[in-house]
Design a protein around this ligand. Structure first.
Ligand code: HPA
Length: 290
């Protein structure tokens, strides 16, 4: 064991703490990214827990949203909401960035929806569009699974199909019922925190990326190692560098998120409704070690 893994409490300890705080036992968790936080106004809260109170949880510092874990119901369906994620660009080690995901698995969560903001690379994409991830390119410069072997987990994790088709299909159904045409595409993750140069974006386009962002991929990869089914959706908040007329700014990202927050809420509410209606026996159980 190296030093950092000695310092990091186990996800089982964090999960045991959380289990004491709410009797709700959701099978689905949603991580809220920029542009999706408004959904909290629709959540019937059972219990809110500050990330600072959970052993091992990183405390996010940038997004303007307090790091909280919220047990509640959305559209009548129990859900665990991660509000305010810790980003790699804040300086947290990957082990900490992805610790909440390991805790979710230890809690018995089986399905995970990751939401985020992203810059549009695909020329057909417009700010305010939503893109369901079909695959990703990890350009963060580090693999979040790197490190000492995790007991009970495969080290060499298959990434052939990170984003679950059936869970993603629920997103498309949810989009349709809200008259929202969802895009689909490949998300390329960078470490940030600077935005990209136009030359980088041209290179990423050649690599096959449709959108670029600074999150999602570490969580998705660790979730796959833990056997969770993952779906992800990004709000395209801006044309990526060199793709639009404006310079890039965080203010623009937040402004677009604010403009389409109603659509984001509708999408997540409808997703939850369909998720709640679904007979969950269709799900493959890939990993028995949680
Ligand atoms: N690049 C990287 N991350 C982002 C962007 C972007 O243009 N927009 C929102 N998150």
């Amino acid at each position: 064991m190296n030093k950092s893994s000695q310092r990091q409490p186990s996800p089982q300890i964090a999960a045991a703490r959380l289990k004491k705080l709410s009797s709700l036992r959701p099978t689905l968790a949603i991580a809220l990214g920029s542009g999706f936080h408004h959904v909290l106004t629709e959540l019937r809260v059972d219990r809110k827990v500050s990330c600072a109170k959970i052993p091992g949880f990183p405390v996010p510092g940038v997004s303007g949203h307090a790091g909280e874990l919220i047990f509640g119901r959305l559209g009548g369906t129990p859900v665990l909401v991660l509000s305010g994620r810790a980003h790699f660009y804040e300086g947290h080690p990957m082990e900490q960035v992805t610790f909440p995901i390991r805790t979710l698995a230890a809690l018995g969560i089986r399905d995970l929806l990751l939401t985020s903001a992203a810059g549009g690379i695909n020329p057909d994409f417009r700010p305010g569009d939503f893109m369901v991830l079909t695959d990703h390119i990890n350009f963060m410069g580090v693999n979040p699974l790197r490190g000492p072997a995790v007991p009970g987990r495969t080290r060499f994790v298959d990434m052939t199909r990170v984003y679950d088709r059936q869970l993603s299909a629920l997103l498309f159904r949810a989009g349709k019922s809200g008259n929202l045409k969802l895009r689909r595409g490949i998300y390329l993750a960078v470490s940030g925190p600077s935005y990209e140069t136009p030359a980088e974006i041209r290179a990423f386009a050649r690599l096959g990326a449709d959108a670029v962002g600074m999150s999602t991929v570490p969580e998705a990869m660790v979730a796959r190692q833990c056997g969770l089914n993952v779906a992800a959706v990004s709000c395209i908040t801006n044309p990526a560098a060199g793709r639009g007329r404006n310079r890039l700014s965080h203010a623009e990202v937040l402004k677009t998120g604010e403009r389409v927050k109603g659509l984001a809420v509708e999408l997540l509410k409808n997703f939850m409704r369909y998720y709640g209606e679904t007979d969950n026996t269709w799900r493959r159980v890939e990993t028995t070690t949680r």
